[in-house]
Design a binder for this molecule. Structure first.
Ligand code: ZN
Length: 282
């Protein structure tokens, strides 16, 4: 009997997970929360000490403006909360950690994360946000957007409904000149966040045919030129150096079709986040 009760309890828990529409239950809730209007609710959080909450408040209007323009106004973005969270692991607790030639403590702090936490940073921030004052709002959010001082091996990535990008970026620190710290412009940071927001809506990369490793640089360039979705914000063909105060990338026809015909209906009806019938945007 005891065994049966346990089995039943386990079954109910897994069923709750399977049906969950709440970010409070984990990083990849299966469903959208039902809503009256196509508004995506997010929190924008800085992780670390290079920036603070005021920087998040500064970039929030640009992110909102460009995301909404990127979706041609089909989805509105509500940046419901901004915050800055301190690192869980403080460099002072790891006096044995060194990097050749680097004495700047804040750089060492960012690099410690690269060497010790890496991609798991996204789980760490998810958990730290939960413990914070704004963490009680998890249940209202569709996605958590993180700008991170902690470094990892990519420009940005998403895991479920949590997405991350770096600010600043540490470059080539292993070289004899110890590399450099690059500060990303607000416009480029927003470009990356719009891309990651695409992933949190279950959109993949477009024009992946141009990123096959066997292609030469020249072949890649030609492929991108002929790719119908090469200028989509979800494409690696896009030239991020072109992004500035006047220019940015949005969702092209193929992704817009998915946004209008699959994602918005899923949001309004509280249906699966992993929308079926997705297109392969070449
Ligand atoms: Zn991506």
């Amino acid at each position: 009997m005891k065994y049966l009760i346990l089995l039943f309890a386990l079954f109910s828990i897994t069923q709750t997970w399977a049906r969950s529409d709440s970010l409070a239950d984990g990083m990849r809730p299966k469903k959208y929360k039902k809503r009256d209007k196509p508004i995506l609710n997010v929190a924008l959080v800085y992780y670390g000490s290079f920036w603070d909450e005021r920087d998040m408040q500064r970039i929030a209007p640009l992110l909102k403006e460009r995301y909404e323009a990127a979706t041609k106004g089909v989805i509105k973005l509500n940046i419901a909360h901004t915050a800055a969270l301190p690192y869980k692991h403080q460099i002072d607790s790891y006096p044995e950690y060194t990097q050749d030639g680097i004495t700047d403590k804040s750089r060492l702090q960012r690099l410690w994360y690269y060497d010790n936490i890496g991609g798991k940073i996204i789980n760490e921030v998810y958990e730290e946000f939960e413990k914070s004052e704004v963490g009680k709002h998890y249940g209202e959010l569709d996605a958590l957007l993180v700008v991170s001082g902690a470094q990892y091996d990519a420009l940005g990535f998403a895991s479920g409904r949590v997405a991350i990008t770096e600010q600043p970026r540490e470059i080539a620190w292993g070289l004899p000149d110890t590399g450099r710290t690059e500060i990303v412009t607000d416009e480029n940071l927003v470009d990356e966040l719009v891309h990651e927001l695409g992933h949190t809506m279950f959109l993949g990369h477009t024009s992946t045919q141009c990123m096959r490793p066997e292609l030469s640089l020249q072949e890649r360039r030609e492929c991108c030129e002929h790719s119908p979705n090469g200028q989509d914000v979800m494409s690696y063909c896009r030239d991020r150096r072109k992004v500035d105060a006047n220019f940015f990338y949005g969702f092209e026809k193929c992704n817009m079709t998915m946004i209008q015909e699959l994602i918005v209906p899923a949001m309004l009806k509280g249906k699966n986040w992993n929308v079926s019938g997705r297109l392969n945007c070449l």
